[in-house]
Structure formats: structure tokens, C-alpha cells
Ligand binder design. Sequence first.
Ligand SMILES: Cc1ncc(COP(=O)(O)O)c(C=O)c1O
Length: 425
Amino acid sequence: MSELLKKDREYVWHPFTQMQTVDAPLEIIKAEGTLLHTADGKSYIDCNSSWWVNVHGHGHPHIAQAINKQFSTIDHVIFAGATHPKAVELAERVIHLLPENQFHKVFFSDDGSTAVEVALKMVFQYWFNIAQPRKRILALDGGYHGDTFGAMAIGQRGYFNRPFEHFFFDVDQLAFPTSINEVQLLQQAEELFQTNEFAALIVEPLIQGSAGMRTYSSQWLDQLVNLARKYEVLVIFDEVMTAWGRTGKLFAMNHCNSSPDVVCLSKGLTGGVLPLGLTVTTNTIYNAFLSEEKTKALLHGHSFTGNALACAAACASIDLFEQEETWKKIDRICQEHKLFAEQITNYSNVHEVRICGTILAIELKTPNGNSYFSDIRDKAYRYFLEKGLLIRPLGNVIFINPPYSITSEELKTVYQVILDFLKII
Ligand SMILES: Cc1ncc(COP(=O)(O)O)c(C=O)c1O
């Protein structure tokens, strides 16, 4: 074991990891484009974009330059009672990228979970401030919105959060929509909304990430959002995973005819190189916080709110999304995924192949069900590592959501290794 790995074992506690039984981590010495290089001289294709964040490839020179330039003027400044050009530039650009005239104000935080926490506080306090306290939230079964308490409360309950469950506030959950239950779910949602007790509806639009890249129709989502509108229930789209080209368009909501009142952004926002969360909303919500009374303000903030380096990285990432080249890469990945999906759909051990833009998910048939801890998950993870792919399956769901820098050749390698794996299981 290398010195670094020994020290890692001695001093570091890794996320989502059973430290007693886990294999030694990869010792990454360089991240470059789509590749991660390790100390033992191997290279891995970063098939899941390093926890779904990296969109343009590692070490992109345009983002590197923007961060360096920013550091030479403002590194970080307090964001209450002070502002700076990059935060304002980012807020303005995000507002103009989102569907026209729908969004007006941007609140900064640090990551996906905090972007969701802020969204929850915004909607609960909105109703509080206008003296109509609505306290219930409707979420979709299987949702994942982060690991802070509010975000856990509205997400899927189970082995990930059982020790904390008795601290969570009550949340109503709608079953995951399929072609069989769609109509019934809308009726159920309407009955709930009719109580006038619902502060908000929250969804991961079009695709639930952590639940196993489960997709559902934009038409159904439109109908659900329209119902929420009818009963003045606020709508939150958690686009932490789906934004920044992942679904083939800049935002998942660009596939819909409706749009939410609040949108949560993070992950690919900075190109995936620095932590940053945004909660974007409308003037209707914002105006409910304006008052002579200080307590009506959104009394929430983090030390690193509006961090200038992260804002510079995000603006540079947006520059790249303004280039046609980026969209050509995204379209190519979408097309290549489709061709590969056709090839494997009828494999006997494949339960379902799902595609949503640049995300390709293969749900395997397994005797022991779809558990995050299913045996096939570890077998697949190790097999892919051996073959030079970093893929972290979600239980029995193998999926790839690569940086858009991935070449056709690299994608072919990834597909071939997956094919080989399907043949040996
Ligand atoms: C849809 C969604 N929301 C929120 C989060 C939480 O983001 P973070 O891990 O940055 O706190 C995630 C993370 O995977 C996510 O997929």
C-alpha cells in the first residue's frame, strides 16, 4: 500500500463508504479531459463525471483561466452587505438562460443539498410571510434531493437515512409515474392539493437520478405542474442533476411546456470544478419577503455564499455552453447512446435500458432485487475498474453520464466493456 493510501486510511473518512470493508480507493494523481490517472500508472474513463458534476472534461483551460484570473482580483468576500461582479454576472446570465420572463432572482449557496434546503425554506416562509401557513410538501416516491435534514425529509426514506427518520417532517409521496398509474396519480395529487394545505410540490424533472436513473414523461409532469398551479401549490424543480445539458437540453424544464416557481442548480453549474448551489425563483416569491420587518427576510446564508472563484468558474462554463461545439458533443453522445441501447435492449439479463439525453442506464435483471447494496453492484464496479472504466452503479443499474469531452472512440470502449460484462453475468 502506498504512503498516501496508508495516510488516507489513517486520517480520512470517505462519504457513502463502509470504511471497514471497502477496497482501497483509487489514488488519483491527475484528472485530464475524460480521464483519471492513478499513481500505479493506470487510467480510467470517468464515466459518471465524478459524481455527475463534470460536464466539459477535467482541467478545461477556459475554466482554469477564469478561476486564475478571478483569484488575482477577488478570491472570496462576504456576500451580505457586499457584492461583486462575477456573482452579479452569473445571476444575470442564469436568469436569461432559464425560460424567458419566468425567473427573476437568484439565491446563492454551496451545493445541491443546500440549494434544495434554500428552496424549502423559501416556499415555507413564502406562505408564512403572506399569513397563509401551508405546511405540506408533495414529493415523488424514490426522490433524492441531498443529505441535509430537509433534503433527506423530502427524499426516499430507507437505509440511507433510517437513523434520522424520526427527526424528519411529514411529507406526502406520490408513487413513481408509469404508463399504468399516471391518470390515477393525477387524481390523487388533485385530491391532496384540494386541501389547500400544500406549500409545494418538488420533483427531479424527467429523471430520478439516485433512484436508478428512472425516467418519466414530460407530458405527465406538465399535467402535474398544471394541477399544482390550479391550487396555487408552488412547484420546485430540483435540477441539480438534470441541468447543464444532461438531458440533451440546457435544463430538463426545456423539455416541458410548464415551468416551476423555484429551480435548484448545482453539480455541472461550475463545470463541476468548484462547489456552488443556486436557488432561482420568481418575483412573486421574492416580493413576499420584502417588508419593513427584518424578520420577513430570508434569514439564511453560508460563509461561502457567492464565492467569487466558483462564480467565475460557472460563468466560464456558461461561455462553453454558448459554443456550438459543446452542443455538437452533447448531440453526438445522445445519438451514440441510442444506437448502443438498441443493441442491448433484448439481452436476456437486461431488464430495461433507459436514455435521457447524455444519460444511459441499464437496469439488470437480478434475483435479489434492486438494492443499492446488491451483489451485482460490487461485481460490476470492480469489473469496470479492472477494464479501465470508473462507473459507480446504483444497485443493479449500470449507468453512464460522461463529461461531454468523451470521444466516440472512448464511448466505443465503454460500450464494449459493458457488452463484455453483460455476457459474463
Ligand atoms: C437531484 C439531486 N438533488 C440534490 C442532490 C444533492 O447534491 P449535493 O450532493 O451537491 O449536495 C443530488 C446529488 O446527487 C441530486 O442528484
